[in-house]
Design a protein around this ligand. Structure first.
Ligand code: ZN
Length: 235
């Protein structure tokens, strides 16, 4: 039996799916995921800069090490009939899933290529609970933030996403009347009124613990997501 290897975007929901991302991979999938150390150096959204050729080389080296460290997992995968390697990247030609498929090809698998037409799944935008921060504003927009905060008992929440791509977060911000310059690099701060509007438009409400869990999970890979505490810096 020869393994047939396909690749697809992460929202592929069909049979034989294997999530090979560091962010959400299963225990099996993590054996084939690039390390956080490599992602931090390579991923533009994580502040990394690396050529595709260099990334491919480094990832291949990691997979060589993984093969030695996780031989039974590799053998089990190669013993399957079919697998669909999935990752978040929209361009399969610039994604480790394609490199991994090629590596598996060197191990004897048949490389079948990308399953086209898998649309990205809905991106989640989250808000946490309102907290009265008190009158402690910092930064360039502190005065404006203070004026707005005074009207609401200085109660604010964070609006954020767990996607590396913030496009959907900015779209939601625009819909509820926030300016792009109020983006805090990883989140927006919301007044009670804007929070209610965001929830109306589909933002998911998270309790403190769940929000912290999202941040903790993300902090492993990126420092680009909201810190669990901190007063608002804008209006
Ligand atoms: Zn990828």
């Amino acid at each position: 039996m020869t393994l047939e290897v396909h690749t697809a975007r992460v929202s592929y929901g069909g049979p034989d799916r294997l999530d090979v991302t560091r962010k959400s991979g299963t225990q099996e999938g993590l054996c084939f995921a690039p390390s956080w150390a490599l992602l931090r150096q390579a991923h533009p959204k994580l502040g990394g800069k690396m050529s595709w050729a260099e990334y491919e080389k480094r990832y291949t080296a990691e997979m060589r090490a993984s093969y030695r460290a996780n031989l039974p997992v590799w053998q089990a995968l190669l013993g399957r009939q079919r697998v669909v390697l999935v990752c978040y990247c929209s361009d399969p030609d610039r994604c480790h899933r394609t490199v991994l498929a090629r590596i598996l090809g060197h191990c004897g698998a048949l490389v079948r290529g990308e399953i086209p037409g898998v649309e990205p799944g809905p991106v989640k935008v989250y808000v946490d609970g309102l907290i009265a921060w008190g009158d402690r504003y910092k930064g360039a927009q502190a005065e404006q933030a203070r004026r707005v905060g005074c009207r609401n008992g200085h109660r604010w929440c964070h609006m954020f996403t767990d996607e590396a791509d913030c496009a959907e977060l900015h779209r939601m911000a625009r819909k509820i009347g926030l300016r792009r310059e109020w983006f805090q690099g990883d989140h927006y701060d919301l007044t009670p009124g804007r929070r209610a509007r965001a929830v109306e438009l589909g933002a998911v409400e998270l309790c403190r613990e769940d929000a912290v869990a999202v941040w903790r999970r993300q902090r492993e890979g990126a420092r680009s997501l909201p810190r669990p505490a901190g007063p608002p810096r804008e209006g």
